[in-house]
Write a protein that binds this ligand. Structure first.
Ligand SMILES: CC(=O)N[C@H]1[C@@H](OP(=O)(O)OP(=O)(O)OC[C@H]2O[C@@H](n3ccc(=O)[nH]c3=O)[C@H](O)[C@@H]2O)O[C@H](CO)[C@H](O)[C@@H]1O
Ligand SMILES: [Mn+2]
Length: 342
């Protein structure tokens, strides 16, 4: 090597070192700057911290939607960390399950109060086509106006009980009232009449097979809008004053209370917990962010479901990521919330 080559080499190496030095320095400054920002935020009120958190969550969510590998993994999850099955199409053999569960009596609990009576007929008609076909099914449909419910013809072994319930003023109270009614129903009447109880929202229709693959001691459905979400995105109740409170960093899934089930005994325990929580909150003049669904999620955090249903069992065609949920067994009926709730 000539002296000139040595000098050029030396210059190049020192330039690289200089560059590295500046890059590291800039990163350090960035971290210090970010730490200072967080520090500033701490000094502001809690709301700002909450906003920051929401922004981070939004960013993560956007990132997640661009990561097909994560989407795929979340969608294909078939086992919970406590080893309960997550039911997707193709994970079970119905012939085997029918052999195991034949002769079981199944109840379907639903509320159709005030304007929601309009949903009852399509709900029941679709259940006749898709829900537990070949089994003894008893519907427990609660309404404030039995006379307004149209007649429906049922298949063999299927019974409709139209039961009276008082209509609350607020839709939130109607929705939460379901827990109170369930406490009594699962205590007094159901132990003699059914083995398993399934509870559903009425503003839904069965759209494909829903059978004994959903039966288990305690069964809940993953919320179709949050099945790809991170834990801290779950819309649990975050108010420490509420009985439904779940702190950030905790939780397994966000379950939707529009479709769940279990043995009569387990539904009695679940509804008792939720009803007590609702009453305790009322005494403090508070209401959980998603009413009974918040208490439901709290219960299921402490009492892990023995079976979890994938969003195939509650789907809404307005939702993103529908390509991951091909079988849509139970579909939300689109409604004008303002109109139907008032
Ligand atoms: C996307 C969304 O907003 N989801 C929440 C909302 O679901 P939804 O918008 O699905 O609630 P919803 O309006 O369907 O009410 C729940 C159920 O209560 C019954 N009902 C309600 C009102 C009424 O006047 N008559 C009647 O019969 C009916 O069975 C209905 O399906 O509210 C629920 C109840 O708190 C849950 O918190 C849900 O997470
Ligand atoms: Mn609903």
């Amino acid at each position: 090597m000539t002296a000139k080559q040595w000098i050029v080499g030396f210059l190049i190496v020192s330039m690289i070192f200089l560059l590295l030095f500046f890059v590291i320095r800039m990163q350090k400054t960035q971290v210090v700057f970010q730490e200072k920002q967080v520090e500033d935020t701490k000094n502001d009120d809690l709301n700002d911290l909450e906003n920051l958190k929401m922004e981070i969550i939004q960013c993560e969510r956007k990132l997640l939607l661009r990561r097909p590998d994560i989407r795929q993994k979340a969608a294909l999850k078939v086992l919970t960390p406590w080893l309960a099955p997550i039911i997707w199409d193709g994970t079970y053999d119905l012939r085997i399950l029918n052999n195991q569960l034949k002769g079981k009596r199944i109840g379907l609990f639903v509320f159709a109060v005030k304007k929601y009576i309009r949903f009852l007929l399509p709900f029941l008609e679709s259940a006749e086509q898709h829900f537990m076909v070949g089994y003894n099914v008893t519907y427990y449909a609660f309404t404030d106006n039995t006379a307004a419910v149209p007649k429906i013809s049922l298949g063999a072994g299927r019974i409709l009980n139209l039961l009276e319930v008082e209509a609350d003023k607020r839709w939130q109270d109607i929705s939460m009232k379901r827990m109170q009614i369930l406490v009594n129903l699962t205590h007094d009447r159901l132990p003699k009449e059914v083995d398993y109880l399934v509870c559903a929202d009425v503003d839904m229709v069965f759209n494909d097979h829903v059978g004994v693959e959903i039966l288990g001691d305690l069964v809940a459905t993953i919320h179709p809008g949050l099945f790809l979400a991170q834990r801290d995105e779950f819309t649990y109740d975050r108010n420490p004053e509420s009985a439904a409170y779940i702190p950030y960093g905790e939780g397994d899934f966000y379950y939707m209370a529009a479709f769940y089930g279990g043995t009569v005994e387990e539904i009695n325990k679940l509804s008792t917990f939720c009803h007590k929580g609702i009453v305790a909150d009322k005494k403090k003049n508070i209401e959980a962010v998603w009413q009974e669904e918040s208490h439901f999620n709290k219960y299921l955090f402490y009492n892990k479901p023995t079976k979890v249903l994938s969003p195939e069992y509650i789907w809404d065609t307005n939702l993103p990521n529908g390509d991951l949920v091909k079988k849509r067994r139970f579909l939300a009926v689109h409604k004008n919330h303002e109109e139907v709730r008032n």
